[in-house]
Design a protein around this ligand. Structure first.
Ligand code: DX5
Ligand code: ZN
Length: 214
């Protein structure tokens, strides 16, 4: 298990006209990773950013870039994302026929691989892949938008995954994370938290990040 709780602010809630400023803002406030939500308007009803933006962000921060692909056919785009310079790519297990093949493809680029499950996907659906991934991302909202409310029943998947996973697995939670829901997730066995609105809309970003570790 990773010793430190990994806080990964989602730039979905940042000011897109000032991404460099907003990435540096959370880096200086103690963030561990930068979470980048990639949406295609098909897998989710929203469109955000693609590989060129990831590439532009690479030189502005020393932090690992944590790319969350909410797209159909992620295998088609892996190479362009890999070349953009992120450190970990997470894709949705629901959208690919051969999950193991996509994991292997991500690893062949020298990157860490993560798989994510939506609220209605049971944890058992990914048990067979747990030995091969670096991270599982448990969605605690329906993917697509920031600022939604945390779904407790999704968080209840965390211990089920933890019990069936190698010790080194990172379990990340994404959606509706604030100081209160962060504690629930960490107590259930999560060791990485994504937060968009809670961090970027906070009057004091450093205090908001610290409150997630409390
Ligand atoms: C939602 C995204 C999240 C989103 C979280 O589909 O995957 O990363 O930015 O936003 P908050 O923390 O505001 O719920
Ligand atoms: Zn995300």
């Amino acid at each position: 298990m990773v010793d430190k709780l990994i806080i990964s602010p989602s730039i979905l809630s940042a000011d897109f006209a000032n991404l460099e400023r907003d990435v540096k803002l959370v880096e200086n406030a103690g963030a561990d990773w930068i979470h980048i939500d990639v949406m295609d308007g098909h897998f989710v009803p929203n469109i955000t950013i693609g590989a060129p933006v990831v590439q532009s962000l690479r030189p502005v921060t020393k932090l690992p870039l944590d790319v969350h692909l909410m797209i159909e056919n992620p295998d088609k785009y892996l190479e362009s994302f890999a070349n953009a310079g992120e450190d970990i790519i997470t894709f949705h297990a629901e959208v690919v026929a051969d999950v193991k093949q996509v994991i292997d493809q991500i690893k062949s680029f020298g990157l860490k691989a993560g798989i994510s499950i939506k609220p209605k996907t049971p944890p058992e659906a990914i048990f067979e892949f747990l030995p091969y991934v670096d991270m599982v991302l448990v969605m605690t909202v329906e993917p697509g938008f920031g600022g939604q409310s945390f779904m407790q029943d999704c968080a209840d998947k965390i211990p089920v995954i933890r019990q069936n996973a190698p010790e080194s697995l990172i379990i990340q939670v994404d959606g509706g994370i604030n100081a209160e829901t962060a504690k629930i997730c960490v107590d259930l066995g999560a060791n990485s938290l994504v937060a968009g609105n809670y961090i970027y809309k906070a009057p004091d970003i450093k205090a908001a990040i610290e409150s997630l570790r409390a």
